[in-house]
Ligand binder design. Sequence first.
Ligand code: SF4
Length: 509
Amino acid sequence: MVLINPPVTKPCEMPAGITRLAGALRQAGHTCRVIDMNLEVMLFALGSPVAKSDTWTARAERDLRLNLAALKNTKTYRSFDRYKRCVNDLNRLLSVGAQRDGVRVSLSDYEDTRRSPLRSDDLIAAAGRPEDNPFFGYFSARFREVFNEGPPRFAGFSLTYLSQALTAFAMIGFVRREFPGVRIILGGGLVTSWMSAPKWHNPFGGLVDHLVKGPGEDFLIGLSGGVSSDAPGRAFPACAYDVFPVSDYLAPGMIMPFSTSTGCYYGKCSFCPERAEGNVYSQLAPVKTTAQLSRLVAREGPALVHIVDNAVSPAMLGALAKEPPGAPWYGFARVTGELADQGFCNDLKCSGCVMLKLGVESGDQQVLDGMRKGIELAVVSKALKALAHAGIGTYVYLLFGTPWEDEDAARKTLDLVAGHHDLIGFLNLAVFNLPHNSPDAAGLEVRPFYGGDLSFYADFVHPRGWDRKKVRRFIDREFTRHQAVRAIIKRQPPYFTSNHAPFFTDTFC
Ligand code: SF4
């Protein structure tokens, strides 16, 4: 079996899902080969001569080796300007080198003006003409090289982001055409979301042999002819990290993905796809998990552990504080009372916690209550202070334009950020999308699909007239122009955002 990570995702760490799949297969006694095609095509595109060069591109070409080396060195992260120049130069080279009619590629995204990853017809068309893809030259040669050594029975493509979908289907089309005996498996978070839609029907029957919803470990083991252990019986994910070219990723050392749970222990936020898709929550036993994590850290020696849970539970945070993994770590957490406790935050810091990503969403309590966020603004304020005092960085996520928000409420969010600007490390701003299968859609005037048959979201008439256009104008003209907010936004690592943000915290700088 060959497992493939399709482009485009940020090339700074190995894909968490494939580390688990490869680990589970290995534990069950099956071999598999892993190709991080995302990383490979990017490094290839960066190293390829550019046909038409301008001054900026010529500089980027000249400094390529230096810039790649610089992003693997923590010293670079001590000067944000130096870091930004390296990243922007690399992105320039990639975007110019991979440019095709209508296609724009960056270090974090893939856009095609002619085809949409939200339309199954477009994905099937991408499979029908793989030569149109800017990465065709590399991936076709690479598949031929690997498959001609001995074609695998199965090729598994793992799709997490929309930015991977069009190239994944181009690769699937190529493998189908050149290696018709290889059976195609398609899984990952994006596929799980597609298959969770109430009206889902499989449009990819002629192309894909197996579509996998949810964690794929047991399915792959079963396909390989093994007996899968029951999920509860398999105590720990047997992650395989050594199947990836660890030193090639654009980060100052290995970023080790690790998950302690699937789904979300809270699972009530009304806007959340986890809830809308009805994903089941399952958590590993905290104390045993931290022991396992420590063993993995001792074996792999990562620069940073990325806990990829949707939200690390308070019990798991407590266990991490008691048994530090032995390397700096970060992840998503809900703003609960524990984080407002200075002693708890100090313990987290001592355990190696360098940054927490926090879904604060709004500065208006009624909006938070409307979206059933389950957090109190007074606790948010205390938590931001306690975390900052402990020396833990914060990446705060905000959501504008929810059905419960109006302009006044959005201004309260601005007040919240401005009032805590010295306690917030980084900000992520998003505009609300209404999931099709959200219970909130029932009380709203919802318009039919927009985007395509694979779109997760419906358009809706905002009950308070606070539509997307007004929301965007507010964000662009008022929110981000506020002096305090602007200073935070300027710190945002371009393209790599939260994946590189921990390297700008005190621990590394
Ligand atoms: S805490 Fe996060 S993952 Fe959990 S339900 Fe809310 S938004 Fe979803």
